[in-house]
Design a binder for this molecule. Structure first.
Ligand code: COD
Ligand code: ATP
Length: 192
Protein backbone atom coordinates (compact mmCIF):
# COMPACT_ATOMS: atom_id res chain seq x y z
CA UNK A 1 0.00 0.00 0.00
CA UNK A 2 1.41 3.38 -1.01
CA UNK A 3 1.04 6.15 1.58
CA UNK A 4 1.00 9.64 0.07
CA UNK A 5 1.53 12.54 2.49
CA UNK A 6 -0.34 15.72 1.61
CA UNK A 7 0.91 18.95 3.10
CA UNK A 8 1.22 22.69 2.53
CA UNK A 9 1.18 25.89 4.53
CA UNK A 10 -1.93 27.61 5.83
CA UNK A 11 -4.52 28.28 3.12
CA UNK A 12 -2.58 26.54 0.33
CA UNK A 13 -5.44 24.14 -0.46
CA UNK A 14 -4.87 20.93 1.54
CA UNK A 15 -8.54 20.23 2.35
CA UNK A 16 -9.71 21.06 -1.18
CA UNK A 17 -7.07 18.80 -2.70
CA UNK A 18 -7.79 16.01 -0.20
CA UNK A 19 -11.43 16.11 -1.30
CA UNK A 20 -10.28 15.55 -4.90
CA UNK A 21 -8.49 12.33 -3.90
CA UNK A 22 -11.60 11.25 -2.02
CA UNK A 23 -13.72 11.89 -5.15
CA UNK A 24 -11.50 9.37 -6.97
CA UNK A 25 -12.11 6.82 -4.21
CA UNK A 26 -8.76 7.22 -2.44
CA UNK A 27 -9.13 6.96 1.35
CA UNK A 28 -8.03 10.14 3.13
CA UNK A 29 -7.07 10.77 6.72
CA UNK A 30 -6.94 14.40 7.81
CA UNK A 31 -4.86 15.39 10.86
CA UNK A 32 -6.94 18.56 11.23
CA UNK A 33 -10.16 16.51 11.25
CA UNK A 34 -8.59 14.20 13.84
CA UNK A 35 -7.82 17.22 16.04
CA UNK A 36 -11.46 18.33 15.72
CA UNK A 37 -12.62 14.86 16.78
CA UNK A 38 -10.21 14.81 19.74
CA UNK A 39 -11.42 18.25 20.88
CA UNK A 40 -15.04 17.10 20.99
CA UNK A 41 -14.34 13.63 22.44
CA UNK A 42 -13.34 12.24 25.84
CA UNK A 43 -9.74 13.53 25.53
CA UNK A 44 -11.00 17.13 25.67
CA UNK A 45 -10.61 16.84 29.43
CA UNK A 46 -6.83 16.50 28.96
CA UNK A 47 -6.88 19.89 27.24
CA UNK A 48 -8.97 21.47 30.01
CA UNK A 49 -6.53 20.15 32.60
CA UNK A 50 -3.57 21.76 30.86
CA UNK A 51 -5.37 24.88 29.61
CA UNK A 52 -8.11 25.72 32.11
CA UNK A 53 -11.12 27.58 30.77
CA UNK A 54 -10.79 26.30 27.18
CA UNK A 55 -13.43 23.55 27.34
CA UNK A 56 -17.11 24.49 27.28
CA UNK A 57 -19.73 21.73 27.74
CA UNK A 58 -17.07 19.07 27.16
CA UNK A 59 -15.88 20.54 23.85
CA UNK A 60 -12.68 22.54 23.26
CA UNK A 61 -13.43 26.15 22.29
CA UNK A 62 -10.79 26.67 19.57
CA UNK A 63 -10.92 30.46 19.85
CA UNK A 64 -10.18 30.32 23.58
CA UNK A 65 -7.43 27.75 23.07
CA UNK A 66 -5.89 29.74 20.20
CA UNK A 67 -5.86 32.83 22.46
CA UNK A 68 -3.83 30.87 25.03
CA UNK A 69 -1.30 29.31 22.66
CA UNK A 70 -0.86 31.19 19.39
CA UNK A 71 1.33 33.97 20.78
CA UNK A 72 3.08 31.72 23.32
CA UNK A 73 5.41 29.23 21.60
CA UNK A 74 6.06 27.30 24.83
CA UNK A 75 2.31 26.84 25.42
CA UNK A 76 1.82 25.71 21.82
CA UNK A 77 4.62 23.17 22.28
CA UNK A 78 2.84 21.76 25.33
CA UNK A 79 -0.41 21.52 23.34
CA UNK A 80 1.40 19.79 20.45
CA UNK A 81 2.97 17.24 22.83
CA UNK A 82 -0.53 16.42 24.06
CA UNK A 83 -2.34 16.36 20.72
CA UNK A 84 0.15 14.98 18.18
CA UNK A 85 0.47 11.49 19.73
CA UNK A 86 -3.34 11.21 19.70
CA UNK A 87 -3.41 12.23 16.02
CA UNK A 88 -0.72 9.65 15.29
CA UNK A 89 -2.82 6.96 16.99
CA UNK A 90 -5.78 7.86 14.76
CA UNK A 91 -3.53 7.68 11.67
CA UNK A 92 -2.18 4.28 12.68
CA UNK A 93 -5.72 2.95 13.11
CA UNK A 94 -6.71 4.40 9.70
CA UNK A 95 -3.70 2.75 8.00
CA UNK A 96 -4.46 -0.60 9.65
CA UNK A 97 -8.03 -0.51 8.37
CA UNK A 98 -6.91 0.53 4.88
CA UNK A 99 -4.41 -2.34 4.75
CA UNK A 100 -7.04 -4.81 5.92
CA UNK A 101 -9.37 -3.51 3.21
CA UNK A 102 -6.64 -4.18 0.62
CA UNK A 103 -6.25 -0.54 -0.45
CA UNK A 104 -3.35 0.23 -2.82
CA UNK A 105 -3.15 3.99 -2.19
CA UNK A 106 -4.10 6.19 0.78
CA UNK A 107 -3.50 9.86 1.60
CA UNK A 108 -2.48 11.30 4.96
CA UNK A 109 -3.28 15.04 5.08
CA UNK A 110 -0.78 16.39 7.65
CA UNK A 111 -0.33 20.18 7.82
CA UNK A 112 2.87 19.84 9.87
CA UNK A 113 4.28 16.83 7.99
CA UNK A 114 7.82 18.20 7.56
CA UNK A 115 7.82 20.19 10.81
CA UNK A 116 7.13 17.01 12.80
CA UNK A 117 9.39 14.69 10.79
CA UNK A 118 6.50 12.65 9.44
CA UNK A 119 7.92 12.47 5.91
CA UNK A 120 9.74 9.34 7.11
CA UNK A 121 6.36 7.64 7.62
CA UNK A 122 5.08 8.20 4.06
CA UNK A 123 6.22 6.90 0.66
CA UNK A 124 5.85 10.18 -1.23
CA UNK A 125 4.90 13.77 -0.45
CA UNK A 126 2.54 16.08 -2.32
CA UNK A 127 2.96 19.77 -1.47
CA UNK A 128 0.14 22.15 -2.37
CA UNK A 129 1.27 25.68 -2.94
CA UNK A 130 0.18 29.09 -4.22
CA UNK A 131 1.85 32.50 -4.52
CA UNK A 132 2.10 34.37 -1.19
CA UNK A 133 -0.43 37.04 -2.22
CA UNK A 134 -3.04 34.39 -3.10
CA UNK A 135 -2.37 32.66 0.22
CA UNK A 136 -2.86 35.90 2.17
CA UNK A 137 -6.06 36.72 0.30
CA UNK A 138 -7.48 33.27 1.10
CA UNK A 139 -6.48 33.35 4.73
CA UNK A 140 -7.88 36.83 5.36
CA UNK A 141 -11.17 35.82 3.76
CA UNK A 142 -11.73 33.67 6.87
CA UNK A 143 -13.48 35.07 9.91
CA UNK A 144 -11.29 35.85 12.91
CA UNK A 145 -7.96 35.98 11.06
CA UNK A 146 -5.63 38.81 11.98
CA UNK A 147 -2.18 39.77 10.73
CA UNK A 148 -0.72 38.83 14.11
CA UNK A 149 -2.38 35.42 14.12
CA UNK A 150 -1.15 34.74 10.57
CA UNK A 151 2.40 35.83 11.47
CA UNK A 152 2.41 33.53 14.50
CA UNK A 153 1.19 30.59 12.47
CA UNK A 154 3.65 31.19 9.61
CA UNK A 155 6.49 31.50 12.13
CA UNK A 156 5.74 27.91 13.23
CA UNK A 157 5.59 26.51 9.71
CA UNK A 158 8.44 25.59 7.36
CA UNK A 159 8.56 28.19 4.55
CA UNK A 160 6.66 27.20 1.42
CA UNK A 161 9.81 27.27 -0.72
CA UNK A 162 11.55 24.73 1.51
CA UNK A 163 8.50 22.50 1.45
CA UNK A 164 8.47 22.58 -2.35
CA UNK A 165 12.14 21.58 -2.47
CA UNK A 166 11.34 18.48 -0.43
CA UNK A 167 8.25 17.49 -2.44
CA UNK A 168 7.83 14.53 -4.78
CA UNK A 169 4.74 16.18 -6.31
CA UNK A 170 3.65 19.83 -6.33
CA UNK A 171 0.25 21.30 -7.19
CA UNK A 172 -0.08 25.06 -7.63
CA UNK A 173 -3.64 25.61 -6.41
CA UNK A 174 -3.72 29.18 -7.77
CA UNK A 175 -4.18 27.63 -11.24
CA UNK A 176 -7.74 26.62 -10.45
CA UNK A 177 -9.83 23.62 -9.48
CA UNK A 178 -9.77 21.91 -12.91
CA UNK A 179 -6.00 22.08 -13.07
CA UNK A 180 -5.70 20.61 -9.56
CA UNK A 181 -8.21 17.85 -10.39
CA UNK A 182 -6.15 16.82 -13.44
CA UNK A 183 -2.95 16.79 -11.38
CA UNK A 184 -4.60 14.69 -8.67
CA UNK A 185 -5.85 12.21 -11.30
CA UNK A 186 -2.37 11.88 -12.76
CA UNK A 187 -0.84 11.25 -9.30
CA UNK A 188 -3.48 8.58 -8.61
CA UNK A 189 -2.66 6.96 -11.96
CA UNK A 190 1.02 6.92 -11.14
CA UNK A 191 0.78 5.67 -7.55
CA UNK A 192 -2.54 3.83 -7.38
C1 COD B 1 -4.35 26.60 17.90
C2 COD B 1 -5.72 26.08 17.44
C3 COD B 1 -6.65 25.88 18.62
C4 COD B 1 -6.34 27.12 16.47
O1 COD B 1 -7.52 26.60 15.93
P1 COD B 1 -8.23 27.32 14.67
O2 COD B 1 -9.51 26.57 14.42
O3 COD B 1 -8.31 28.79 14.94
O4 COD B 1 -7.24 27.16 13.45
P2 COD B 1 -6.86 25.84 12.58
O5 COD B 1 -6.74 24.66 13.47
O6 COD B 1 -7.77 25.75 11.41
O7 COD B 1 -5.39 26.18 12.08
C5 COD B 1 -5.14 27.27 11.20
C6 COD B 1 -3.77 27.07 10.59
O8 COD B 1 -2.80 26.99 11.62
C7 COD B 1 -2.01 25.86 11.43
N1 COD B 1 -1.60 25.32 12.71
C8 COD B 1 -2.39 24.77 13.65
N2 COD B 1 -1.66 24.32 14.67
C9 COD B 1 -0.39 24.60 14.35
C10 COD B 1 0.84 24.37 14.97
N3 COD B 1 0.88 23.69 16.12
N4 COD B 1 1.96 24.79 14.35
C11 COD B 1 1.92 25.41 13.15
N5 COD B 1 0.78 25.64 12.49
C12 COD B 1 -0.35 25.24 13.09
C13 COD B 1 -2.94 24.87 10.71
O9 COD B 1 -2.21 23.92 10.00
C14 COD B 1 -3.68 25.76 9.79
O10 COD B 1 -2.95 26.00 8.63
C15 COD B 1 -5.54 24.73 16.68
O11 COD B 1 -4.86 24.94 15.47
C16 COD B 1 -4.79 23.70 17.49
O12 COD B 1 -5.35 23.13 18.42
N6 COD B 1 -3.50 23.42 17.14
C17 COD B 1 -2.72 22.43 17.85
C18 COD B 1 -2.84 21.09 17.19
C19 COD B 1 -2.02 21.04 15.94
O13 COD B 1 -0.78 21.04 15.99
N7 COD B 1 -2.68 21.02 14.78
C20 COD B 1 -2.00 21.05 13.52
C21 COD B 1 -2.34 19.89 12.66
S1 COD B 1 -2.24 18.32 13.43
N1 ATP C 1 -7.13 24.23 -6.83
C1 ATP C 1 -7.78 25.29 -6.36
N2 ATP C 1 -8.33 26.20 -7.19
C2 ATP C 1 -8.98 27.28 -6.73
N3 ATP C 1 -9.16 27.55 -5.42
C3 ATP C 1 -8.63 26.69 -4.54
C4 ATP C 1 -7.92 25.53 -4.95
N4 ATP C 1 -7.51 24.85 -3.84
C5 ATP C 1 -7.95 25.59 -2.78
N5 ATP C 1 -8.61 26.68 -3.20
C6 ATP C 1 -9.24 27.70 -2.31
O1 ATP C 1 -8.30 28.14 -1.35
C7 ATP C 1 -8.89 28.30 -0.07
C8 ATP C 1 -8.12 27.49 0.97
O2 ATP C 1 -8.25 26.11 0.67
P1 ATP C 1 -8.26 24.97 1.79
O3 ATP C 1 -9.23 25.28 2.86
O4 ATP C 1 -8.38 23.67 1.06
O5 ATP C 1 -6.77 25.16 2.37
P2 ATP C 1 -6.04 24.42 3.57
O6 ATP C 1 -4.61 24.29 3.15
O7 ATP C 1 -6.76 23.18 3.91
O8 ATP C 1 -6.18 25.49 4.72
P3 ATP C 1 -5.70 25.42 6.29
O9 ATP C 1 -4.21 25.28 6.27
O10 ATP C 1 -6.10 26.71 6.91
O11 ATP C 1 -6.39 24.24 6.90
C9 ATP C 1 -10.35 27.88 -0.23
O12 ATP C 1 -11.12 29.04 -0.36
C10 ATP C 1 -10.37 27.08 -1.50
O13 ATP C 1 -11.58 27.18 -2.20
Amino acid sequence: MVILGLTGSIGMGKSTTADMFAELGVPIHSADAAVHAIYSGPDAKLIEKQFPGTVIDGVVDRGKLAAQVLDRPEALSILEKLVHPLVRQAETEFLKQAREAGRTLVVLDIPLLFETGREAAVDAVLVVTAPADVQRQRVFARPGMTLEKLRNILARQMPDEEKRQKADFIIDTSLGLDHARKEVASIVNELG
